[in-house]
Design a binder for this molecule. Structure first.
Ligand code: ADP
Length: 148
């Protein structure tokens, strides 16, 4: 068990369908703690970095159109093994083929409109947290015992 932080983006379909609360409730479940959260309008430039591994795919222009169509919510979430835990809660990329009970299975439409992005490894999480958050936008704190 290790304490990790992951980067989650609530994509424009989550914003448009008012699914932020429901998805965040599921992500927090099990004791994961929000360390940073903000709404932001993504640019094609930041998305070109974020999706560098798929810029040559035929669906890339449509993906950029989708991801810039509304602001998104960026979230830094901390917890035990939270990177893989969140990926499991989210489900496979192609929503209809995601496992039952996952967010994408329940709310996603297809391979593109799939509600959230979540980091897939400790290495990508580190890079992605830096990409979407300034150091002062991430909060490290210890709650008082009476709040636990
Ligand atoms: P994931 O988001 O599950 O880590 P990828 O990194 O492979 O998946 O893809 C990034 C995003 O690109 C996906 O979440 C989805 O929005 C979009 N995408 C991936 N594959 C396809 C596809 N075959 N058709 C349309 N959009 C896709």
């Amino acid at each position: 068990m290790s304490i990790e932080t992951t980067l989650i983006l609530f994509k424009p379909d989550a914003v448009e369908k008012n699914l932020i609360g429901e998805a965040l409730r599921r992500f927090e479940e099990g004791g994961n703690t929000v360390r940073g959260i903000k709404m932001m309008q993504l640019s094609p430039e930041i998305l070109a970095e974020h999706y560098a591994h798929i810029t040559d795919r035929p669906f890339y222009p449509r993906l950029i159109q989708f991801m810039t169509s509304t602001p998104v919510i960026a979230l830094a979430l901390e917890g035990e093994n939270v990177i893989s835990v969140v990926r499991e809660k989210l489900g496979a990329t192609d929503s209809p083929n995601a496992d039952d009970g996952t967010i994408r299975k329940e709310y996603g439409l297809n391979s593109m409109f799939n509600i959230c992005h979540a980091s897939d490894s400790p290495e990508t999480a580190e890079v992605e947290l830096k990409r979407f958050f300034k150091p002062e936008e991430l909060f490290s704190f210890q709650a008082e015992d009476y709040l636990k």
